[in-house]
Design a protein around this ligand. Structure first.
Ligand code: HEM
Length: 558
């Protein structure tokens, strides 16, 4: 029996220190569990204090504040101290102290700009969280992302769009941490994007791209061009194409407009996970608060609806689509598999290509010399006097300037600008990333494509400049290390959709450049576009007001 108030407070202090020591090994994974633990400590402590203070309110206030303050102080001092295993890595104190800072930066939508500033200031390895490093070092990529790398990091479990774990538990390709399970889930995605599978999708791509061109032509009136939001039309196109590819063509935004506000649902739906990915333990609580998670749930429901419609078609398929392959060897109920992959297909497959295409158009209009040179390259392969000539998709693979423009756009504006995060496997103890860099289990490592792509050690000179010729020059002092170019990531969890995405980018760029003269509205401030881009683990975009005029065949590009 403790006989004084000070004695009880001392014990509470010890309990807080013990809790911190325990948390270091067993970090709480949800706010609810944390609260349950807190209550289990604070209530008995209040009871013990009750014998020494005037009221139960006083006892509870004293117990809770002394426990919480000591715990937070202990955690903060440890994180900032030389005792922390990441203490030797530089970074701002706010990052070292709490991931809430990362969540705050993410709220603003420009974490890639922030990380670049940190790397410019602190060097290639920066501590961006109490237990997280950001690296800009091509030599470390294989041991982080590559074949000898690590499983997905904790941020992926903070990105769940659906409230219930049941759809996703151990079935989500993007968040599963067990490498063997990931490889199992990944197999059908690889089959779905091998050349023979892609050949089956080309008809859908051509039909949708031609539909977009027809729709855009309707804006080219005899009264002269009026500006349209080209980014929106590109979004419609990529969304419709993904709808055909994944869900059997159940919607057409280009034909009907966005009557269900799908794009708005997606834009709003990814906001919450883009914040909670920095503090995954809060996700369950956010999902439970309906007004906070309403938009994310609405987007999740849209994915479930599409999955259900596609499941109903399973026995009457007329063509092999993405889910034909994903379901072929599914060892789980069809609907579960569909739901767990539906949102992934929508977000990973449509928003990424739409960002890339919109950025390609932006750069071509901003730097018209490249637009004209690209036209010349295309005209040399496909006759300009025959605008309706069928474009042979395979012929697009041998056009150096087209690929250089695509690469340079993906370098400067990778559609997934940050968030390639990995962490040592559970139970592994840790991982050596290089002879002098060993990270312990519980530490995460992130590589930001946006930052590494703008690093002068790899792309020199003028790493921030749109200069597609750097990809053609062949001079090894210009692209110093191509392994630093990772718009599709690398290793076993890289982008399986890359081959299709590249075909899509080549084909649509080719059609747009062959068909239209494009210009910005005269009073459009070009800086607005880059300002409008937001990193919500995909890249959200603002308006791209572009005037389109039908290209006059025979008129020389000026
Ligand atoms: C320009 C277009 C695209 C870009 C730049 C892109 C980029 C990426 C990146 C950077 C990743 C993350 C990999 C990692 O964590 O290391 C990824 C993952 C993924 N992408 Fe893409 N992507 C594009 C288009 C597509 C398309 C068209 C699909 C097809 C539906 C697709 C499906 C996926 C899937 C399923 C994953 C998860 C892979 C895994 O976790 O194993 N992507 N993509």
């Amino acid at each position: 029996m403790v006989t004084s108030r000070e004695g009880v407070l001392l014990i509470i202090g010890f309990l807080a220190l013990f809790t911190h020591a325990w948390f270091r090994k067993n970090e709480p994974k949800s706010l609810l569990r944390l609260l349950a633990f807190w209550t289990a400590v604070v209530l008995p402590s209040s009871y013990a204090l009750l014998l020494h203070v005037g009221s139960s309110f006083q006892a509870f206030t004293l117990a809770s504040t002394s426990f919480t303050t000591t715990l937070l102080l202990s955690i903060s001092l440890y994180r900032l101290s030389p005792l922390h295993p990441l203490s030797r890595y530089p970074g701002p104190w706010q990052c070292k102290l709490t991931k809430l800072w990362g969540a705050y930066i993410a709220w603003g939508g420009k974490p890639y700009v922030y990380y670049k500033r940190l790397h410019d200031q602190y060097g290639p390895v920066v501590r961006i969280g109490p237990n997280e490093l950001s690296v800009v070092d091509a030599d470390l990529i294989p041991n982080v992302l590559g074949a000898s790398g690590m499983p997905k990091g904790p941020m992926w479990s903070g990105r769940r769009i659906l409230p219930s774990k049941n759809w996703n538990r151990n079935n989500s390709l993007t968040s599963v941490r067990d490498l063997r399970r990931h490889a199992e889930l990944r197999k059908p995605w690889n089959t779905a994007f091998k050349p023979s599978s892609i050949a089956e999708y080309e008809g859908m791509l051509i039909a949708r791209a031609e539909q977009m061109i027809r729709c855009l032509k309707a804006f080219c009136t005899r009264d002269g061009p009026s500006a349209i939001d080209l980014a929106l039309w590109i979004n419609f196109f990529t969304f419709d194409f993904m709808g055909d590819l994944a869900f059997g063509g159940v919607y057409s935004l280009m034909r009907d407009g966005d009557t269900q506000q799908v794009l708005l649902k997606m834009k709003r739906g990814v906001f919450m996970p883009s914040i909670s990915q920095h503090i995954p333990w809060i996700l369950g609580t956010l999902h439970a608060i309906s007004f906070v998670s309403a938009d994310t749930r609405a987007f999740g429901m849209f994915g479930i609806e599409q999955a259900k419609k596609r499941a109903a078609m399973q026995d009457n398929l007329t063509r092999k689509d993405l889910f034909y392959h994903l379901l072929e060897d599914a060892k789980m109920p069809v609907l579960t598999k569909l739901v767990s992959s539906a949102l992934l297909a929508i977000v990973a497959g449509s928003d990424t290509t739409s960002s890339a295409l919109a950025n390609i158009c932006y750069y071509l209009i901003r730097y018209p010399d490249y637009l004209h040179r690209l036209r010349e390259e295309l005209d040399a392969t496909f006759k300009p006097s025959e605008p309706n000539e069928t474009i042979e998709i395979n012929a697009l693979a041998s056009l150096p300037l087209l690929d250089a423009i695509i690469n340079e756009t993906l370098r400067l504006q990778p559609p997934i600008p940050t968030s390639l995060q990995r962490a040592p496997a559970d139970g592994s103890g840790g991982k050596a990333l290089s002879p002098d860099m060993y990270i312990l289990e519980g530490t995460a490592v992130q590589i930001s494509p946006w930052v590494i792509h703008r690093c002068p050690r790899y792309f020199y000179p003028d790493p921030d400049k749109f200069w597609p010729d750097r990809w053609i020059s062949g001079d090894p002092s210009i692209i110093l290390d191509k392994s630093a170019f990772i718009p599709f990531s690398t290793g076993p969890a890289n982008c399986p959709g890359r081959p299709l995405a590249i075909i899509e980018l080549r084909y649509v760029t080719c059609l747009l450049v062959r068909t239209f003269d494009m210009s910005f509205e005269p009073d459009y401030d070009v800086a607005q576009w880059e300002e409008s881009l937001e990193d919500r683990f995909v890249m959200l975009k603002g308006e791209l007001p572009v005037k389109l005029a039908l290209r006059e065949v025979g008129k020389k590009s000026d």
